[in-house]
Design a protein around this ligand. Structure first.
Ligand SMILES: [Fe+2]
Length: 470
């Protein structure tokens, strides 16, 4: 029996014996009582004793209790409780409404700590100031941690951004996203990974999507949607392919690279859609998507061995940092390629908590990571492959013209070819080559700045129109 299975069984046994709901209810009532009555009031003392007994009963079965509220369901050590009903929903909302979705109680907890946490929850206001952990430490709470649920980059609580590209897409790109969605959702539902879909996707990406300027424009430029894992995976596969091509990989190696890049995050299908970022143990759960991924991929017949290696290593640094901890082993060159593509894709995409980073800033971030986390030669090759102004970037020239990059000049990456657009980003209004020079030999214009495309702008459509016009 594996350690993971044993841990799951222990958790399941604990869950069978202890219902986490009364503990949550206990905290909720104690919180209200401490806000209503003075310290030492008999009602507080009584409630505190009840809560203490419950917690100690749970701790007799296991050395720690971790209660998470994930999308209105209560989990004890990752196992869902089935006792949630309408009345309990109110209590759950009360706690998670504070922005606290996780309570972790460890062996040795004292009654005073339970009371301090209840008082803290009464006064707590979610703000960007001191961290919850620091505030609890200041109150001498050592055996209880409180955490917030943060969405993974597989996002479900989307606020300001749609969760997938909108508008008419390049048909091959749209099909590849659909195929990836199907493969990922089936795997998340516990079905085996469909290797036929995977190999179809690899072919589609190499032979069709990589040849479409509109699709590449979508992938390289700022993305005004919150990448679900399957979109992210398709995009990382395409970016890895661009980088692979730039460094001269042959066709079979390229196919292996695209397969591995496509499945590098497949382990996320084993993690609840929203999980607790802190305290430390939950962080480890996010990081486990690398080992979960390798496990899934090793057990899938028909995939290349490299695919599991890349899933395992794609968050490892060149000099041995990152996760999982594999000593100072240098990641496989294909893992190094996927790391570069993965980071670029992640930072140029929107997040519910952060606007997307513009492509040239993303290149600077890659440059900062080069040498320590990323392979310097690969970062250089990547920036060269996509240029500072990738296809689809919206830019303003020194003559105050607005344009979309439709072609890059190999020998002059800072002066791409643009299709001009009107101020309302309507067009195309015709092409200009910013590498053109006047009679004196000076450039006629430069790119002055990259702009974040306005929401709703369909760059793919614009590029397709432009291509049809040429
Ligand atoms: Fe990842």
């Amino acid at each position: 029996m594996t350690a993971a299975t044993m841990a799951a069984m222990t958790a399941a046994t604990t869950a069978a014996a202890l219902d986490p709901l009364p503990v949550l209810k206990g905290f909720a009532s104690l919180r209200r009582l401490t806000g209503t009555y003075p310290a030492g009031h008999p009602m507080i003392t009584q409630k505190l004793k009840e809560l203490g007994d419950l917690v100690n009963e749970g701790l007799r079965l296991d050395r720690s209790l971790r209660i998470d509220v994930i999308r209105s369901d209560v989990y004890l050590d990752g196992v869902p409780s089935n006792g949630v009903n309408q009345a309990n929903q109110q209590i759950i909302r009360e706690l998670s409404g504070l922005g606290i979705d996780s309570i972790h109680i460890r062996e040795g907890v004292r009654l005073e700590e339970l009371q301090t946490v209840a008082e803290f929850l009464w006064q707590y206001r979610d703000s960007a100031g001191e961290s919850v952990a620091a505030q609890l430490a200041r109150r001498h709470v050592e055996h209880i941690s409180l955490g917030k649920l943060l969405p993974l980059d597989t996002r479900w609580r989307v606020q300001q951004w749609p969760d997938a590209p909108t508008g008419p897409l390049d048909p091959d790109y749209a099909e590849s996203i659909l195929l990836a969605q199907q493969a990922f959702e089936d795997t998340a539902a516990g079905k085996p990974l469909d290797v036929v879909t995977v190999s179809d996707l690899v072919q589609l990406l190499i032979y069709k999507v990589a040849r479409s300027n509109a699709a590449l424009g979508h992938i390289l430029a700022v993305k005004l949607y919150e990448n679900l894992t399957y979109c992210h995976s398709v995009n990382v596969a395409m970016l890895s392919l661009l980088l692979g091509r730039q460094v001269g990989l042959d066709e079979p190696t390229m196919a292996a690279l695209v397969e591995a890049a496509l499945l590098h995050d497949i382990g996320k299908t084993r993690i609840p859609l929203e999980i607790v970022k802190k305290p430390g143990a939950e962080r480890r759960l996010i990081e486990a998507h690398t080992t979960f991924g390798a496990e899934i991929l090793i057990q899938t017949q028909g995939l290349r061995p490299l695919t599991a290696i890349v899933a395992l290593e794609h968050h490892r640094g060149l000099k041995g940092g990152g996760y999982p901890d594999l000593g100072d082993a240098v990641p496989h060159p294909m893992s190094q390629i996927v790391s570069v593509a993965d980071i670029y894709e992640a930072i140029t995409g929107a997040r519910s908590y952060q606007d997307p980073t513009l492509p040239e800033h993303a290149c600077l971030i890659l440059a900062r990571l080069a040498g320590d986390k990323l392979n310097t030669c690969l970062v250089k090759a990547f920036v060269n492959a996509i240029t500072f102004f990738p296809l689809g970037s919206l830019v303003r020239t020194s003559r105050d013209e607005l344009g979309v990059v439709v072609q890059t000049n190999r020998g002059d990456p800072l002066h791409p070819v643009l299709t001009l657009v009107a101020d309302g980003i309507e067009g195309p209004l015709g092409r200009i080559d910013t590498a053109a020079r006047d009679v004196s030999g000076a450039y006629e214009r430069h790119i002055r700045e990259t702009l974040r495309p306005p929401e709703g702008l369909d760059l793919g459509r614009l590029l397709a129109l432009e291509q049809a016009a040429v």
